[in-house]
Design a protein around this ligand. Sequence first.
Ligand code: A3D
Length: 308
Amino acid sequence: MAKRKKIALIGAGQIGGTLALLCGLRNLGDVVLFDVAEGTPQGKALDLSHLAPVFGCDFQLLGTNNIADIKGADVCIVTAGLPRKPGMSRDDLVKTNAEIVRNVARGIKEHAPGSFVIVVTNPLDAMVYLMQRETAFPTSHVVGMAGVLDTARYQAFLAQELNVSVSSVSAFVLGGHGDDMVPVRSYTTCGGIPIERMLPKERLDAIEKRVRGAGGEVVALLKTGSAFYSPAASAIQMAESYLFDQKRVLAVAAYCQGQYGIKGIYLGVPVILGAGGVEKVLEIELTDAEKGQLHESAKRVEELIRIL
Ligand code: A3D
């Protein structure tokens, strides 16, 4: 009989709580919700356990302040850390969140050494680099969630513009999770039709500008935190691809070892995500402009890593 999978959610804030809900609704397995804030993970777990009978979710849910409870987790999703407030860039979070991620990495290394780790904490590309360095897990098993969300934002805005189903739009956003992310227009299609044949350049420019600023647009509206529904959904898609060996092709912050001329850092690139973690980084041919943007974005990530 197949054993139920165990998913450890490190951080029980806005994204962590939403992740727990989605794990239940999508029957991913048992969930441990860990946070340093006393009562928060326990309260959220108790509340969610009362939703389980309504939707028929048979999952064990534990809220805890004891990191040892993540023991044996198959997947760890890390959202521990501060979110942005209006006027802040993701990079402003680097020092505070680096300390938190170092602590969390120690806990994961000790208690869930065989796990697949998905980092969500910002600034994403630097935090996932730090997580891998501190755990010393194989680079295939430590990834960052950003490209799935940035791509989803691009798809959503394009679908709205064209008044078509979101599932008809196929796209990629690569590079670092910052204002210099790279929406890859040359591989973006609607029903298989190149996007540049469906929308004029000026509209595409405007939509891509909005994609780059979409996280900030949410922060400015919420005033007290950043986006959480869509980041949680995006991390769940990555967890599912790993747990069920779906081998989805997703834009993921993955360790680059020379692909696209980038070496030794984490950056958003297309990968095949399956039971082996990052099974392959796909190298697609980019236009000169896209290549240039990807390298600019990589430079920014390198600068952040130097601060670490
Ligand atoms: P929030 O609701 O504040 O939750 C963060 C939680 O982390 C809080 O409950 C804290 O108590 C907890 N925490 C702090 N230190 C620790 C620790 N050492 N161990 C365990 N838990 C701890 O934030 P959120 O859930 O909205 O966002 C979480 C992170 O995700 C932030 O850094 C955001 O900037 C980031 N984020 C990333 C994306 C990406 O697309 C990459 C999108 C949105 C948010």
